[in-house]
Design a protein around this ligand. Sequence first.
Ligand SMILES: NC(=O)c1ccc[n+]([C@@H]2O[C@H](COP(=O)([O-])OP(=O)(O)OC[C@H]3O[C@@H](n4cnc5c(N)ncnc54)[C@H](OP(=O)(O)O)[C@@H]3O)[C@@H](O)[C@H]2O)c1
Length: 269
Amino acid sequence: MKRVFITGASAGIGLATAKLLAGRGDEVWGTSRDPSRVPELPRLHAVRLDLSDNVSLGENFQIALREAGHFDVVINNAGSGHFGPAEHLSPEAVHAQFQTVLFSHIELCRLALASMRAQGNGRIINVTSLASRLPVPFMGAYNAAKAAMASFVLSLQLELAGSDICVIDLQPADISTSFNNAVARTDGGDPRYTELVEHAWRMVEQNMQAAPKPELVSRRIAKLIDDKNPPPRVTVGGTFQAAIAPFILRFLPQRVRIWGLKKYYRLPN
Ligand SMILES: NC(=O)c1ccc[n+]([C@@H]2O[C@H](COP(=O)([O-])OP(=O)(O)OC[C@H]3O[C@@H](n4cnc5c(N)ncnc54)[C@H](OP(=O)(O)O)[C@@H]3O)[C@@H](O)[C@H]2O)c1
C-alpha cells in the first residue's frame, strides 16, 4: 500500500488515476480547487488546492502531508491550457499559464523533495506533455511551459543521482478528457488569425475526440509506481502520436519537422 498525493483528481487523467490507485488499496490524497468535485470513495481523501497561488498550494500540501504522515508518491498532474496566437499573448497571460503548469509544479516538486529527503526515499511523477517536444499550434505558452518543466525534471534526474528519490517525466499525447472545455480560445482580436485558429482548433478537437481514454494513462502511472527501475521519461497515447511520430520526427531536420507539424494540423506552408 502506497501513500499518494495527486493534483487534479476531479477530472481526466488525475481522476482516473486516483480511482485506480484507491481501488487497488493505495491511500490517495487527491486535489481540486473545489474538493466536492473529488468523488467520495474509500481511501480517496479530497484536498483543496489551487495552482494559481504557490503559498496556499504549500499550505494545503502540508495539511495533507500531516494527515498522511508521509507520501511515497507525489503526482504533479493538474493543469489547463490556452488557445490563441503566440504573437498576441499578453505578459499576464504567459505568466498565468507558466504559473499553472510550471511554477506550481516546480514548487510541488520542491515540497515533495523536502519531505522525501527526510524519509530517505520517494517517487515524483510529473505529467508534462508530448507538446513539450511536438508543439501544438496556438498553445505557445503552454508548449513552452511544458518544455521547461520537462527540462527541469531532467535537471532533477541528474542532481538526485545517488539518492533513493526517483523523478519521472510522463508525457501524454492526446488523451480524451475534459481538458479542452477549460481552454480559453481567442484569435487575439486579429482577423489574420481568425480562420487559422478556428481551423487548428477543429483539428485539436478532432484529435481529442479520437484519442485514448485517460485510463490508458492511469494504468501507466500505476506501473510507474510499482516498477523497481522506472524509465525517466514515458510517452503515453495513441500509437501514431505517442510512438510513430516522435520516432520519425527525431531524425528529421528542423525544417522538415515544422513542415510535418504544419501538414498534421493542416496549416498553410
Ligand atoms: N488531455 C490531454 O490530451 C493531455 C495531453 C498532454 C498533457 N496533458 C496534461 O495532463 C494533465 C491533466 O490534464 P487532463 O487532460 O486530465 O485535464 P482535465 O480533464 O481538464 O483535468 C484537469 C485537472 O486539473 C485541475 N486543475 C485545472 N486547473 C487548475 C488550477 N488552476 N488549480 C488547481 N487545479 C487545477 C482540475 O481540477 P479542478 O478544476 O476541479 O480544480 C482537474 O482535476 C495536465 O497537466 C495536462 O496539461 C493532457
